[in-house]
Design a protein around this ligand. Sequence first.
Ligand SMILES: [Zn+2]
Ligand SMILES: [Zn+2]
Length: 163
Amino acid sequence: MVIDVSKIQSAKNGTFSFTFSFQPNATVVLNTPYQVAGEAEVNGSLTLEADAVILKSTMRVPMHYVCDRCGGAFEENLFIETNEKIVQGESEDFYTYEGSSISLIPILENEIMLHLPTHVLCRPDCKGLCKICGANLNETTCQCAQTQVGENNPFAALKGKIK
Ligand SMILES: [Zn+2]
Ligand SMILES: [Zn+2]
């Protein structure tokens, strides 16, 4: 999605609105165990200011995650709110565009990269895996926790005393 600055200039109140879908490049999740599960949907606006174009958008990205606690795969939408300046030429601090057109997709892909979670759970109360037998405790119960309290366990003396 490439928007010509003249379109923003001629838009009502200097604000050009847009809605579109795109397939984010696979590299946005490069350093994570996650994947983008489908097309991202974005709607937002570009507003012309004296020295910049302001991008305001809301994006929904269907994600394929791996739970940090149990290793289970699950899908969930990632919602990203963006409110950023885009300036012409070069900048260390802001997104940029060259000439008279703004390429939105590289900017939006960068926003996805910046907003990827570093820690995800398949559900808030995920029980994880048993450290002894590896069973997924969301799906099954194992006997390890009970048999673990043996004679060598420092808490063995308490066994039977806790009701
Ligand atoms: Zn989990
Ligand atoms: Zn177990």
